[in-house]
Design a protein around this ligand. Structure first.
Ligand SMILES: [Zn+2]
Length: 287
Protein backbone atom coordinates (compact mmCIF):
# COMPACT_ATOMS: atom_id res chain seq x y z
CA UNK A 1 0.00 0.00 0.00
CA UNK A 2 1.25 3.47 -0.89
CA UNK A 3 1.25 6.44 1.47
CA UNK A 4 -1.57 8.87 0.79
CA UNK A 5 -2.05 12.55 1.48
CA UNK A 6 -5.67 13.70 1.50
CA UNK A 7 -6.47 17.14 0.04
CA UNK A 8 -10.25 16.90 0.61
CA UNK A 9 -11.10 16.15 4.22
CA UNK A 10 -14.06 17.65 6.10
CA UNK A 11 -14.16 17.81 9.90
CA UNK A 12 -17.33 18.74 11.84
CA UNK A 13 -21.01 17.92 11.37
CA UNK A 14 -23.36 18.32 8.41
CA UNK A 15 -26.68 19.07 10.12
CA UNK A 16 -28.61 20.60 7.22
CA UNK A 17 -29.54 17.17 5.86
CA UNK A 18 -30.99 14.11 7.58
CA UNK A 19 -29.46 11.91 8.70
CA UNK A 20 -26.74 14.16 10.07
CA UNK A 21 -23.18 13.04 9.44
CA UNK A 22 -19.79 14.18 10.60
CA UNK A 23 -16.48 13.35 12.19
CA UNK A 24 -14.28 14.66 14.97
CA UNK A 25 -10.57 15.31 14.59
CA UNK A 26 -9.92 12.06 16.50
CA UNK A 27 -12.07 9.86 14.28
CA UNK A 28 -10.54 11.52 11.23
CA UNK A 29 -7.05 10.63 12.51
CA UNK A 30 -8.19 7.04 13.21
CA UNK A 31 -9.57 6.65 9.70
CA UNK A 32 -6.38 8.09 8.24
CA UNK A 33 -4.21 5.79 10.37
CA UNK A 34 -6.09 2.66 9.35
CA UNK A 35 -5.75 3.36 5.61
CA UNK A 36 -2.19 4.70 5.37
CA UNK A 37 -3.18 8.34 4.92
CA UNK A 38 -0.22 10.23 6.37
CA UNK A 39 -1.61 13.77 6.27
CA UNK A 40 -4.49 15.92 5.09
CA UNK A 41 -5.74 19.42 4.35
CA UNK A 42 -8.71 19.68 6.73
CA UNK A 43 -11.71 21.95 6.13
CA UNK A 44 -15.13 22.25 7.82
CA UNK A 45 -18.16 20.24 6.74
CA UNK A 46 -20.64 22.19 4.62
CA UNK A 47 -24.17 22.38 6.02
CA UNK A 48 -22.83 22.86 9.55
CA UNK A 49 -24.68 24.38 12.51
CA UNK A 50 -25.88 27.94 11.82
CA UNK A 51 -28.14 28.79 14.78
CA UNK A 52 -25.74 31.65 15.67
CA UNK A 53 -24.88 32.60 12.08
CA UNK A 54 -21.33 33.72 11.42
CA UNK A 55 -20.33 32.87 15.01
CA UNK A 56 -20.98 29.23 14.16
CA UNK A 57 -18.83 29.59 11.06
CA UNK A 58 -16.10 31.05 13.26
CA UNK A 59 -16.38 28.05 15.59
CA UNK A 60 -16.06 25.70 12.59
CA UNK A 61 -13.00 27.58 11.38
CA UNK A 62 -11.46 27.40 14.87
CA UNK A 63 -11.82 23.60 14.93
CA UNK A 64 -9.70 23.41 11.78
CA UNK A 65 -7.14 25.93 13.03
CA UNK A 66 -6.80 24.03 16.32
CA UNK A 67 -6.32 20.71 14.50
CA UNK A 68 -3.54 22.28 12.43
CA UNK A 69 -1.94 23.70 15.56
CA UNK A 70 -2.06 20.37 17.41
CA UNK A 71 -0.94 18.17 14.53
CA UNK A 72 1.17 20.36 12.21
CA UNK A 73 3.01 17.34 10.84
CA UNK A 74 -0.34 15.79 9.74
CA UNK A 75 -2.41 18.91 9.03
CA UNK A 76 0.18 21.37 7.67
CA UNK A 77 -2.44 23.75 6.26
CA UNK A 78 -6.20 24.11 6.72
CA UNK A 79 -9.17 25.85 5.13
CA UNK A 80 -12.14 27.79 6.51
CA UNK A 81 -15.67 27.81 5.12
CA UNK A 82 -17.93 30.51 3.67
CA UNK A 83 -21.72 30.87 3.55
CA UNK A 84 -23.21 33.05 0.83
CA UNK A 85 -25.87 34.53 3.12
CA UNK A 86 -23.28 35.98 5.51
CA UNK A 87 -22.19 38.52 2.89
CA UNK A 88 -19.68 41.08 4.30
CA UNK A 89 -19.75 39.54 7.81
CA UNK A 90 -18.61 36.29 6.22
CA UNK A 91 -15.88 38.06 4.26
CA UNK A 92 -14.64 39.64 7.51
CA UNK A 93 -14.64 36.26 9.28
CA UNK A 94 -12.63 34.72 6.43
CA UNK A 95 -10.06 37.52 6.65
CA UNK A 96 -9.87 37.04 10.43
CA UNK A 97 -9.43 33.27 10.07
CA UNK A 98 -6.60 33.77 7.57
CA UNK A 99 -4.84 36.60 9.46
CA UNK A 100 -5.30 35.39 13.05
CA UNK A 101 -5.74 31.62 12.79
CA UNK A 102 -3.41 30.96 9.87
CA UNK A 103 -5.92 29.23 7.61
CA UNK A 104 -4.89 29.49 3.95
CA UNK A 105 -8.28 29.89 2.25
CA UNK A 106 -11.73 28.35 2.14
CA UNK A 107 -13.86 25.45 1.02
CA UNK A 108 -17.14 26.05 -0.81
CA UNK A 109 -19.88 23.50 -1.34
CA UNK A 110 -22.48 25.21 -3.57
CA UNK A 111 -25.28 22.70 -3.02
CA UNK A 112 -25.07 23.02 0.77
CA UNK A 113 -24.15 26.71 1.10
CA UNK A 114 -26.31 28.43 -1.50
CA UNK A 115 -23.50 29.46 -3.84
CA UNK A 116 -23.72 29.29 -7.61
CA UNK A 117 -19.95 29.79 -8.11
CA UNK A 118 -20.59 33.16 -9.73
CA UNK A 119 -19.92 36.77 -8.73
CA UNK A 120 -21.26 36.23 -5.21
CA UNK A 121 -17.88 34.72 -4.28
CA UNK A 122 -15.72 37.59 -5.60
CA UNK A 123 -15.43 39.38 -2.24
CA UNK A 124 -14.38 36.12 -0.53
CA UNK A 125 -11.95 35.26 -3.31
CA UNK A 126 -10.39 38.71 -3.12
CA UNK A 127 -9.47 38.04 0.52
CA UNK A 128 -7.83 34.74 -0.46
CA UNK A 129 -6.05 36.40 -3.40
CA UNK A 130 -4.51 38.99 -1.06
CA UNK A 131 -2.95 36.07 0.87
CA UNK A 132 -2.01 34.05 -2.29
CA UNK A 133 -4.19 31.33 -0.80
CA UNK A 134 -6.05 28.15 -1.64
CA UNK A 135 -9.72 27.34 -2.41
CA UNK A 136 -11.35 23.92 -2.57
CA UNK A 137 -14.43 24.28 -4.76
CA UNK A 138 -16.99 21.53 -5.20
CA UNK A 139 -18.40 21.40 -8.70
CA UNK A 140 -21.78 22.99 -9.44
CA UNK A 141 -22.61 22.17 -13.04
CA UNK A 142 -19.89 23.03 -15.54
CA UNK A 143 -16.35 23.79 -14.39
CA UNK A 144 -16.32 26.74 -16.81
CA UNK A 145 -17.01 29.11 -13.89
CA UNK A 146 -14.02 27.73 -11.94
CA UNK A 147 -11.81 28.30 -15.00
CA UNK A 148 -13.12 31.89 -15.06
CA UNK A 149 -12.24 32.32 -11.37
CA UNK A 150 -8.76 30.95 -12.03
CA UNK A 151 -8.22 33.60 -14.71
CA UNK A 152 -9.72 36.40 -12.67
CA UNK A 153 -7.74 35.47 -9.50
CA UNK A 154 -4.36 34.25 -10.78
CA UNK A 155 -2.70 34.31 -7.34
CA UNK A 156 -5.20 31.80 -5.92
CA UNK A 157 -4.62 28.07 -6.24
CA UNK A 158 -7.88 26.20 -6.78
CA UNK A 159 -8.71 22.57 -6.16
CA UNK A 160 -11.76 21.16 -7.93
CA UNK A 161 -13.25 18.58 -5.57
CA UNK A 162 -14.17 15.14 -6.90
CA UNK A 163 -13.55 16.12 -10.51
CA UNK A 164 -14.31 12.65 -11.82
CA UNK A 165 -17.60 11.50 -10.34
CA UNK A 166 -19.14 11.18 -13.81
CA UNK A 167 -17.97 10.97 -17.38
CA UNK A 168 -19.65 14.28 -18.22
CA UNK A 169 -17.93 16.02 -15.29
CA UNK A 170 -14.55 14.64 -16.25
CA UNK A 171 -14.83 15.66 -19.92
CA UNK A 172 -16.11 19.10 -18.93
CA UNK A 173 -13.10 19.72 -16.66
CA UNK A 174 -10.72 18.57 -19.39
CA UNK A 175 -12.38 20.95 -21.86
CA UNK A 176 -12.38 24.01 -19.60
CA UNK A 177 -9.61 23.66 -17.02
CA UNK A 178 -6.75 21.48 -18.30
CA UNK A 179 -4.67 24.46 -19.47
CA UNK A 180 -5.20 26.47 -16.27
CA UNK A 181 -2.10 25.89 -14.15
CA UNK A 182 -3.56 27.27 -10.93
CA UNK A 183 -6.30 24.61 -10.90
CA UNK A 184 -5.55 21.30 -9.19
CA UNK A 185 -7.92 18.33 -8.82
CA UNK A 186 -8.87 15.55 -6.46
CA UNK A 187 -10.27 12.16 -7.41
CA UNK A 188 -12.55 11.68 -4.38
CA UNK A 189 -15.66 9.58 -5.00
CA UNK A 190 -14.51 8.37 -8.41
CA UNK A 191 -16.93 5.51 -9.13
CA UNK A 192 -15.60 2.08 -9.91
CA UNK A 193 -16.02 0.54 -13.33
CA UNK A 194 -15.39 3.56 -15.56
CA UNK A 195 -14.40 2.46 -19.07
CA UNK A 196 -11.33 3.81 -20.84
CA UNK A 197 -13.24 6.85 -22.13
CA UNK A 198 -13.14 8.29 -18.58
CA UNK A 199 -11.07 6.04 -16.32
CA UNK A 200 -8.14 7.14 -14.17
CA UNK A 201 -5.67 6.64 -17.04
CA UNK A 202 -7.78 8.92 -19.24
CA UNK A 203 -7.87 11.52 -16.46
CA UNK A 204 -4.09 11.45 -16.02
CA UNK A 205 -3.47 11.67 -19.75
CA UNK A 206 -5.97 14.41 -20.55
CA UNK A 207 -6.32 16.54 -17.44
CA UNK A 208 -2.99 16.45 -15.59
CA UNK A 209 -0.60 14.09 -13.91
CA UNK A 210 1.10 16.83 -11.92
CA UNK A 211 -1.97 18.41 -10.36
CA UNK A 212 -4.13 15.34 -9.80
CA UNK A 213 -4.39 14.25 -6.15
CA UNK A 214 -6.01 11.78 -3.81
CA UNK A 215 -9.01 13.08 -1.83
CA UNK A 216 -11.14 11.19 0.67
CA UNK A 217 -14.23 13.40 0.98
CA UNK A 218 -14.49 12.21 4.57
CA UNK A 219 -16.84 11.94 6.46
CA UNK A 220 -19.16 11.03 3.61
CA UNK A 221 -17.37 8.37 1.65
CA UNK A 222 -15.40 5.14 2.09
CA UNK A 223 -12.28 6.44 0.39
CA UNK A 224 -10.59 3.03 0.45
CA UNK A 225 -12.53 2.35 -2.77
CA UNK A 226 -10.61 5.14 -4.49
CA UNK A 227 -7.31 3.92 -3.05
CA UNK A 228 -8.01 0.49 -4.54
CA UNK A 229 -8.69 2.07 -7.92
CA UNK A 230 -5.43 4.00 -7.85
CA UNK A 231 -3.48 0.90 -6.85
CA UNK A 232 -4.98 -1.30 -9.57
CA UNK A 233 -5.00 1.32 -12.36
CA UNK A 234 -2.92 0.71 -15.45
CA UNK A 235 -0.43 3.42 -14.46
CA UNK A 236 3.25 3.22 -13.55
CA UNK A 237 4.27 3.34 -9.88
CA UNK A 238 5.68 6.84 -10.21
CA UNK A 239 2.33 8.19 -11.41
CA UNK A 240 0.45 6.37 -8.66
CA UNK A 241 2.73 7.89 -6.03
CA UNK A 242 2.23 11.32 -7.55
CA UNK A 243 -1.54 10.98 -7.30
CA UNK A 244 -1.34 9.34 -3.88
CA UNK A 245 0.75 11.98 -2.17
CA UNK A 246 3.65 13.57 -4.02
CA UNK A 247 1.60 16.12 -5.96
CA UNK A 248 -0.16 17.08 -2.73
CA UNK A 249 3.19 17.54 -0.97
CA UNK A 250 4.21 20.01 -3.69
CA UNK A 251 0.90 21.81 -3.29
CA UNK A 252 1.27 22.08 0.51
CA UNK A 253 4.83 23.34 0.13
CA UNK A 254 3.52 26.31 -1.86
CA UNK A 255 2.06 27.45 1.46
CA UNK A 256 4.46 25.80 3.94
CA UNK A 257 7.84 25.60 2.14
CA UNK A 258 9.59 23.90 5.09
CA UNK A 259 6.98 21.19 5.65
CA UNK A 260 7.94 17.59 4.85
CA UNK A 261 5.55 14.63 5.08
CA UNK A 262 5.82 12.29 8.07
CA UNK A 263 5.57 8.82 6.54
CA UNK A 264 5.21 6.85 9.78
CA UNK A 265 1.71 5.80 10.85
CA UNK A 266 -0.52 8.13 12.83
CA UNK A 267 -1.34 7.22 16.45
CA UNK A 268 -4.99 8.28 16.89
CA UNK A 269 -6.09 9.58 20.31
CA UNK A 270 -8.89 7.00 20.66
CA UNK A 271 -9.21 3.36 19.62
CA UNK A 272 -12.17 3.23 17.23
CA UNK A 273 -13.80 -0.03 16.16
CA UNK A 274 -14.06 -0.93 12.49
CA UNK A 275 -17.80 -0.23 12.72
CA UNK A 276 -17.15 3.22 14.21
CA UNK A 277 -14.99 4.05 11.25
CA UNK A 278 -16.38 2.22 8.26
CA UNK A 279 -20.08 1.46 8.79
CA UNK A 280 -21.54 2.25 5.36
CA UNK A 281 -24.49 2.06 3.00
CA UNK A 282 -22.60 1.10 -0.15
CA UNK A 283 -19.85 3.67 -0.51
CA UNK A 284 -21.60 6.22 1.75
CA UNK A 285 -20.35 6.20 5.32
CA UNK A 286 -22.87 6.33 8.15
CA UNK A 287 -22.36 8.58 11.13
ZN1 LIG B 1 -16.32 17.61 -0.02
Amino acid sequence: MYPYFDVHCHIGMTVSRAPVIGQSVGRCLARMASANVIGAIPCPTAGGPQARGVLDTRAQNKVIANACRKYPERFPIGLGIVEVRHEQAGVDELDRAMCDDGLVGFVCHPALSGHSLGGELYAFLEVVAMHNGLCLLHQAGSTQNIAAYAQRFPTITFIIGHVSMSKAGQLDAIAHCAKQENIWYDVAQKPEGADESWDLVHLVNHLSNERLMFGSDLPYYDFRLVQAQIETANLDDETKERIGYQNAVRLVQQFQPDWLPTLTAITPPQVYSETDMWDANGARLKD
